[in-house]
Design a protein around this ligand. Structure first.
Ligand code: NOJ
Length: 659
């Protein structure tokens, strides 16, 4: 510590005014940082055009003066990073981490003379910064009252947003409106189409031990951080040293450019342990049968999670070439009103009729991974009491994947109702993730904390929900939703969208889709665990041919090449299977439909067999939903494929290298 202070103050006299420009490696993105009148500001430019105008930085603290005024610059330190790293599971195998960094060491000129650092990293694809506060004799801990970070974007930009502080967490339909019309807090990633043509997305990376950041217009009418409060109104209680999460402004030449922005992962640390045991998974589930009312989570005549059903489904997985099976409703706690049973849910005793030992053995003998399920309803005390043992329980049965759920409007912690996205929620999700890693368990978290790239450090965090998914179908999802997600929610990481529903005309849960679109999702929505969500009989008999794509499509990728996209209208992406030469393309469109001429120049030289799954000419998300054309042809990188996506439809192509 002493050495640090000696270094810090050992050189020149502190500066009262200062201005610097930190340019990205390609020089196109520039962050301008300024100290004037004792306050710090930053601004962001791309190609000399303003992306973020002068914006304030600072914090209001409870029981202490704000960290905001009377600042001077003690020292700066700059460096360049250019590195590559390998993902265990992901959209790309190799990720380049390349930025220029400057840290500004600031000190108050009066009062307690507190110190903090603003660290900026400028990538070709955007700007990130965070507050770093070392422990000091008179400053050992803080209670955050408000983070004053501003993101002063042009208010005429169009924002794609979902509301914050709502009972269904992130599970809302997106709205598009000018920034100046944002009347209450919205979640991040907050994607904005700027008037000068760039697309930006404001988000955060490496969210640990702090309330998550939502965004709202502040009193000056400037977009600003609004950190999720605890029930006592404080935003975070932290011991120093402390680094806030990174505040990130991804900047794309256009919206499609954002979809391969890797800043969020790059701003997280490499793993500290060996995670070579982490494997992506495709799985089916004793699940959708409950959504359409065929089976129930609760025990009784129609109980889904029986030993017999599990064995039938394991046999089906085997026949269909699917490696995993999720079983929901397997444990005590589902009888009666399961949402009310949250405080007593029991994760270590199976329901009557479910012989976990037999099912686990049968799965193992057949090489099928079971996916366990913990529905906590947000009752954290009850869950944390059991957590370590509950993971151990699964581990004893050879279960390495778990889907935890936090359905419920609140996290109930020590008798208090807290937001899922408050500091207490964040701490809980982290505790669960780390304990899971200890037990070599991989997670698919439903009702999660949003993604902030932690899967780089904790690759066992294979996927999460955290947006409106297919279970909302049956009226609550419009076809445009899946054309918005790639530019918003998916910038924060993979999503378990529960794709592959083939029984689309079901009277109970009719799905606004065509059959081909269900296949497209496996490519357009990345997820380290992909579900084939429907009941096996729809895959084995009715739509056997279409199912072949679900069987063939990889979960983890070598490379991702975005092809076409307009937020809310259509999105087409090509991905190369991890460690293979084969490519897969997926496209989805809104209720208008869209025709694409797919240029195959992302392929290597040679001949590929294209298996095309596309909407029939009469297909539509409301009628003739099952109309599909499946055809095969030989193609090369100079070829184009003309494809019609029906209203609410989509397509999928597998390109298998044959020569
Ligand atoms: C909500 C989850 O998103 C869903 O997948 C699950 O089946 C239910 N909760 C019950 O746990």
């Amino acid at each position: 510590m002493f050495k640090f202070f000696r270094w810090l103050f050992g050189r020149k006299k502190p500066l009262l005014e200062y201005k610097t420009e930190i340019a990205s490696p390609d020089g196109r993105t520039v962050c301008e940082v300024q100290l004037k009148n004792g306050q710090v500001f930053y601004a962001v430019y791309k190609d000399k055009k303003v992306v973020i105008r002068e914006s304030h930085l600072g914090m209001n603290l409870r029981g202490d003066n704000p960290l905001y005024n009377g600042l001077m610059l003690v020292r700066t330190l700059s460096r360049t990073m250019d590195d590559t790293w390998e993902t265990i599971v992901g959209e790309e195998k190799i990720i380049r981490n390349n930025y220029n960094e400057t840290a500004l060491y600031l000190a108050e000129s009066g009062g307690k003379k507190r110190l903090f650092t603003m660290r900026f990293r400028v990538f070709d694809t955007g700007v990130a910064f965070r507050y770093e506060i070392p422990p000091q004799p008179e400053f050992q801990r803080l209670v955050l009252a408000d983070e004053l970070t501003e993101f002063n974007v042009d208010a005429n930009g169009y924002a794609w947003h979902i509301p914050a502080y709502q009972p269904d967490r992130y599970e809302y339909n997106y709205s598009r409106s000018p920034v100046y019309e944002l009347s209450s807090s919205v979640h991040t990633p907050l994607t904005i189409e700027t008037p000068v043509g760039y697309a930006i997305s404001i988000h955060e990376a490496a969210l640990y031990n702090y309330g998550s950041m939502t965004i709202k217009l502040n009193q000056k009418n400037v977009l600003a951080a609004d950190i999720t409060p605890l029930s006592d109104g404080a935003k975070a209680y932290v011991e120093l040293p402390f680094n806030t999460p990174w505040r990130v402004i991804m900047v794309g030449d256009n919206a499609l450019d954002l979809t391969t922005n890797r800043m969020i992962l790059n701003l997280n640390e490499p793993p500290k342990e060996d995670f070579s045991w982490v494997k992506p998974l495709k799985f089916m589930g004793i699940w959708w049968a409950m959504y359409v009312g065929e089976w129930t989570w609760a025990e009784g005549e129609r109980h889904g999670a029986t030993t017999e059903h599990a064995i039938e489904y394991i046999d089906a997985c085997k026949r269909l070439g699917i490696d995993g099976l999720l079983v929901e409703g397997w444990n005590n706690g589902w009888n009666g009103d399961w949402l009310k049973n949250g405080p007593t849910n029991d994760f270590m005793h199976p329901a009557k009729g479910f012989d976990i030992e037999r099912v686990a053995k049968y799965a193992k003998d057949n090489d099928i991974e079971l996916v366990g399920h913990h529905e906590t309803v947000g009752y954290i005390d009850n869950y944390e009491k059991q957590l370590d043992e509950a993971y151990q329980y699964y581990e004893n049965y050879g279960i390495h994947y778990v889907k935890p759920g936090y359905a419920g409007a609140w996290m109930t912690i020590q008798g208090r109702k807290e937001y899922h996205h408050s500091q207490l929620g964040v701490l809980h999700y982290q505790k669960a993730l780390e304990l899971a890693a200890k037990h070599h368990i991989m997670l698919d978290v439903h009702e999660p904390i949003k993604g902030t790239g932690l899967e780089r450090t904790w690759p066992n965090l294979l996927t999460r929900e955290g947006a409106r998914g297919q279970e909302y179908e049956g009226g609550a999802l419009s076809p445009s939703h899946a054309t918005i997600l790639p530019f918003t929610r998916l910038l924060s990481g993979g999503m378990d969208y529960t794709s592959g529903i083939f029984d689309v005309t079901n009277g109970t849960k009719r799905i606004a889709t065509t059959l081909a679109r269900q296949l497209a999702y496996y490519v357009t929505i990345f997820s380290g665990m992909q579900m084939a969500s429907d009941r096996p009989r729809f895959y084995e008999t009715e739509q056997k041919e279409a199912f072949k794509f679900i069987r063939d499509v990889p979960v983890s990728w070598e490379r991702t090449v975005p092809i076409l996209g307009v937020i809310g209208q259509y999105y087409v992406v090509a991905r190369q299977g991890r460690d293979t030469e084969d490519w897969f393309v997926g496209g989805v469109t809104n209720e208008e439909g869209h025709r694409v001429r797919l240029n195959l120049d992302f392929l290597a030289d040679g001949i590929y067999e294209a298996e095309i799954y596309r909407d029939g000419d009469d297909a539509h998300y409301r009628e003739n939903q099952l109309s599909i054309i499946i055809e095969t042809r030989k193609v090369g990188r100079m070829d184009n494929l003309d494809i019609f996506m029906a209203p609410g439809g989509g397509f999928a192509v597998r390109l298998k290298k044959v020569q």
